[in-house]
Design a protein around this ligand. Sequence first.
Ligand code: 3SK
Length: 513
Amino acid sequence: IEDLPERFNAASDLLDPNLAAGRGAKTAVIDGAGETSYDALADRVARMAGVFASLGVRREQRVLLCLVDTVDFPTVFLGAIRAGVVPVPLNTLMTPDDYRWMLANSDAAAVFVSSELAHHWAEIAADFPHVRFVSSGGGPWLSLAALIDESDTAEIPPAPTHRDDVAFWLYTSGSTGRPKGAMHTHASMRLTANLFGIGVMGIGEGDVVLSVAKQFFAYGLGNALTFPFAAGATVVLHEGRATGEAITTLICRHKVTVLGGVPTFFAGWFATGTAPTKGAAPALRIATSAGECLPAHLGEAFRARYGGDIIDGLGSTEMLHIFLSQRPGAVKYGCTGKPVPGYETRIVDDAGHPVGPGELGELQVRGPTAAIGYWRNQPKSRATFQGEWMRTGDKYSCDADGWYTYGGRGDDMLKVGGIYVSPIEVEEALVCHAAVLEAAVVGAPDADGLIKPRAYVVVRPGETADETLEAALKAHVKALLAPYKYPRWIEFREELPKTATGKIQRFRLRQTA
Ligand code: 3SK
């Protein structure tokens, strides 16, 4: 961190060097609407910074971004940071109830919404009349395009922020309670790029990058915004669902060289035969994977077809990106690799003492990109950020040669397609269905060994536990929660295993799942 100047604005740090290096005419972003050069992107970002002043949004105030992946995302995100305003990208798969809570929790002054997501916000907007709502499509709200057009850049310099000032937040979910807003500094984006994007992945100006994970995730933000801009590369953005077909089309059309994926994506890509041949995607040289452990056969399939490796890694929203990973050219599939240079990790037992080689314990990490804490959540900040060390909540072992292997979560959280799912939240959704007496949810492996939620349900007397009810319960959960959280399998039971004090024993269900 000390190598960065004290006065440091993450938005100008990512864009200005590209202009200084003569890359102004180079394509920075390709999205469904066309190409945006570095010059044009820098202009949009500077105009956007002016929009905040015109909306009356001041430095350090929060603004929420509920945006799909188009050039509007980096425009609003970096425009806010340039102005010293704090952007908070939101998961676009959440429910109106989640959004209402995050708006109240963050005290945001404005919300930027992609027009296709505006229906989630209509009622909320009516209840928060003091908040400015801006839509990519206008409608009843302010129009983002019009605001940018009308904004006078007048060479307004970037806000003179400090490298340790809060630049943006990302919400992250835990097993209980509401999401927590992890606050990240201006320095952290540059540091994740230097340490992992450029340092490990070797992303350079010749690369064309595509991320399956959207920009609102910490993983996608690094893959599809921080790393390509820090390296002067080109990023391809896809606003729709990252289906195998869609990703393959983009890889072939735009000669993608670096793909940011997750295991669920790679599994479907190879299983359905939608992954392109080497001949159709000759430029593809390397991929990353995160979110959950990459089964070895997927890495091997990628290497056999494209020659390069999938670099599996572990990161967290709190650390902003990957801190433990494989290395190109020295990959050992089946484990998560070794600490990324610049980070230190340790594995400790319940008393906080380091464990020996091969022994399981909690993984802790320290490094310069740790969040400075959770917004308005002192107890969870204290529990997670302990001095320089951050508790990951993941169980790991490390062998005598320094390779780290995942051993499960320390809590009951599941990672589904790379996104945290709280079993408790799914259980609560199930039990509010009229037919359900009790429910327990655990993670169970699918055919590729990837974890999905599995529910055990006891029905109320008089209810019929059959396929019709199973389908109804899945639909019920999908309607209440973000859809990826629904249980893929439901097993009806007469009773659930419990302790003497009545607590459901999920570990027993896990043994049979
Ligand atoms: O899931 C991960 O491993 C991850 C990687 C990078 C950034 C954020 C996360 C949660």
